[in-house]
Design a protein around this ligand. Structure first.
Ligand SMILES: [Zn+2]
Length: 271
């Protein structure tokens, strides 16, 4: 099983690199609740600093270093499903179906301007096409996650071998391109099955769904996206998209949503 060996080696490499980085800068990255407040300052002037450089050993940006608290029979839908407990008033923005050559950089600029860390659920075949954008996502301190190689909406209906290929190859593409092995997985369309959970678990991936869905992929208008996302409550996982079509409405909505939710005292965390 050379694929499994290679994957394990990649995972170990990535874990080793992350461990070294975490040991070098534990205070900065485990500060937890202080992160959001200080992120504004950190990003104020130098948000564009490291773009284009391949990150050497980026630290894990997320707070959820532990295991899902529930059994491996359903996806995580709330930050309270993850251990350790999310910071109070935390929400997680998850951004799916990128990387996209136009909309992902726009999204990254917007997140940097608001000091928001997010989680990007990336499609493997696009990861291979946009390596520099993947590296920028990592360098900007966001979490990266597996969203299959080709985004089949019928993933649960496929054979276990195909499910394994979709999840496993995307895992490797992301690890090789970004320099960090993903630890989270979202199934296309939120379509799950026990076989999908089992394969994800084989790759040590935590399955993550969402709570707040503005259906931005259908381009319902900026105000509809905005009002749906403003319903977010502490612990909620929010869904939006940077790929799959024209995402101008999504980005325009987030220009209102990000500062409004922060003003309400909600703190954005990467998974
Ligand atoms: Zn998707």
């Amino acid at each position: 099983m050379p694929n499994v060996d290679r994957r394990r080696a990649l995972g170990l490499l990535a874990a080793g690199a992350a461990g070294v980085a975490a040991a070098a800068a534990p205070e900065l990255w485990h500060a937890g609740p202080a992160r959001s407040a200080s992120a504004d300052g950190r990003h104020g002037g130098g948000g564009g600093g490291g773009h284009g450089k391949a990150p050497a050993a980026p630290p894990d940006p997320g707070y959820a270093h532990g295991k899902p608290m529930q059994a491996l029979h359903k996806p995580v839908r709330s930050l309270y499903d993850l251990a350790p407990a999310a910071p109070p008033n935390a929400v997680a923005l998850t951004i799916d179906d990128g990387p996209h050559p136009k909309y992902t950089p726009m999204m990254l600029d917007l997140l940097a301007a608001h000091g928001v860390k997010a989680t990007f659920n990336m499609i493997g075949e696009q990861v291979v096409e946009q390596p520099r954008i993947v590296q920028r996502i990592v360098a900007d301190g966001h979490q990266i996650a597996d969203h299959t190689v080709t985004h089949p909406l019928n993933l649960p209906a496929l054979s276990t071998a195909r499910i394994s290929k979709e999840i496993g190859e995307a895992h490797d593409q992301i690890a090789q391109t970004g320099g960090v092995a993903p630890r989270f997985f979202r199934s296309p369309g939120g379509n799950w099955s026990q076989a999908v959970f089992d394969v994800a678990d084989q790759h040590r991936l935590i399955c993550v769904d969402w709570k707040i869905d503005p259906r931005d992929w259908s381009r319902p208008g900026i105000s509809k996206i905005t009002s749906a996302m403003l319903r977010a409550q502490p612990g909620d996982i929010l869904l939006c998209h940077d790929g799959g079509g024209d995402r101008t409405q999504t980005i325009d909505a987030l220009k209102t949503v990000l500062p409004q939710l922060k003003k309400r005292g909600l703190q954005f965390v990467a998974l």
